[in-house]
Design a protein around this ligand. Structure first.
Ligand SMILES: *Cc1c(COP(=O)(O)O)cnc(C)c1O
Length: 404
């Protein structure tokens, strides 16, 4: 399905906007000002289905519609199920709310210790610094507040959040997110990073942003200088499909890397977008080619109106099974479910440890072969043994019977 992923074949360029002067096209403010914001804007370029047109009409009350020209160009207008299109063009299905879905699926409001500051884990905080993005992902876990379509009236209180972090010495890791932090003006980012760097117990600063993907033009030399000045900065970008790996994104990642930024990627597992092993494999390979280390694959959060985009958990496990051992370990992200209601991220893996007792561990390798690793004299009895075999019936070739 994916011919060997050669850099030279990566899509990029001005596409529908070939007539615009390159200085404008390469200006991130121009990209923001010329975002597609309605069915009418989109239909100048591609045909919408009835369900999409209705979805666009209703988006204003749910999660705003906005797509940068750069990202819109990646859509194959002839394919009604195009994987890029599914991420950013609203559909009428967004209005269906399944019983298990919530506006705040991760219970973030409950863990909010200051406006925009979520303190869930012992040593790290999530700092929501804005409610705006360059484009809006239809499955957004924070659609309750992002873009303000639902009238949440989100305002980050930088002074309050910084005061909380200063007072709480256990906070060694601060994650800036939103909304998209890289939409803040350079001056504000410089200020925020500077204030965080002054706090002695803050060891680790990272940013979650899809700007390099939606708006690579925003990654200017001036922005990179700010990261260099306040480094080390870790950045998690959000690429879901191999076609998002454009030459522009690669160049932006190069500028960031050369400024000392360490880049990881977080994908969301999405039905019809990246829920096939071959698609994900192509994506993770391209990420490595851009100096980006795959970090997480998220199971879709139970966000109101996102059921049509969620893939089954079994698909996620299957993808990891197809990656681990079959390609570079560096290419394999951790698949996680962020537990509904605020339990945090829980890793979900294919079973490699089939059984374990005081004597040995029974393991399955990537090819499905069974191996035994003796624990010997070093076995520590407190370390748990499985009561039952994890093989799910017969797969461990009877090893579990021996162990019992
Ligand atoms: C995801 C998240 C973090 C960061 O988690 P890591 O596993 O360290 O990347 C921190 N706080 C909250 C509330 C989160 O949702």
């Amino acid at each position: 399905m994916y011919p060997q992923d050669r850099l030279a074949d990566w899509h990029s360029g001005q596409g529908h906007w070939a007539h615009i002067e390159p200085e404008k096209w390469n200006d991130w403010v121009w990209q923001l000002q010329n975002r597609l914001r309605s069915a009418e804007d989109i239909e100048k370029y591609i045909h919408l289905s009835e369900g999409e047109r209705e979805g666009c009409m209703l988006a204003g009350n749910k999660l705003a519609l906005a797509i940068t020209p750069h990202f819109f160009n990646l859509i194959d207008g002839d394919d009604p199920e195009d994987p890029i299109r599914r991420q950013v063009i609203p559909r009428i299905e967004e209005m269906n709310v399944a019983p298990e879905e919530r506006d705040d699926p991760l219970g973030e409001e409950h863990d909010m210790v200051a406006p925009g500051l979520v303190h869930r884990y012992p040593d790290r905080v999530l700092f929501l610094v804005t409610d705006r993005c360059a484009s809006y992902c239809r499955y957004c876990t924070r659609s309750r507040l992002v873009s303000n379509a639902k009238g949440y009236d989100f305002h980050a209180e930088f002074a309050q959040a910084l005061a909380y972090i200063r007072e709480h010495e256990e906070v060694r890791d601060v994650l800036l997110s939103g909304g998209d932090p890289l939409l803040l003006a350079d001056r504000k980012l410089d200020y925020l990073l500077g204030e965080l760097r002054k706090i002695e117990h803050v060891e680790f600063i990272r940013i979650g942003s899809r700007i390099p993907v939606f708006l690579p033009q925003r990654v200017t030399p001036a922005l990179c200088d700010i990261f260099k000045k306040h480094g080390p900065i870790f950045l998690s970008i959000h690429v879901n499909h191999p076609r998002e790996c454009t030459r522009e994104l690669r160049d932006a990642c190069e500028r960031l890397s050369f400024a000392g930024v360490v880049i990881g990627n977080q994908s969301v597992l999405l039905r019809g977008v990246n829920d096939e092993p071959e698609t994900m494999k192509s994506l993770v390979h391209r990420l490595l080619m851009m100096r980006v280390r795959p970090y997480y694959i998220y199971q879709g959060d139970l966000v109101a109106g996102s059921a049509h985009l969620r893939a089954d958990v079994a698909k996620g496990i299957d993808i990891i099974r197809h990656l681990r051992g079959h390609t570079s370990g560096y290419a394999v992200p951790q698949y996680v479910i962020d537990a509904p209601g605020g339990g945090g991220k829980i890793p979900v893996n294919p079973e490699y440890v089939l059984a374990m007792n005081e004597k040995e561990v029974v393991l399955r390798n990537y090819e499905g072969r069974i191996y035994r690793y003796p624990r010997g004299a070093n076995a520590e009895s407190e370390i748990h043994a499985y009561d039952t075999c994890q093989c799910g019936g017969g797969e461990c070739a009877g090893a579990c019977d021996d162990l019992r």
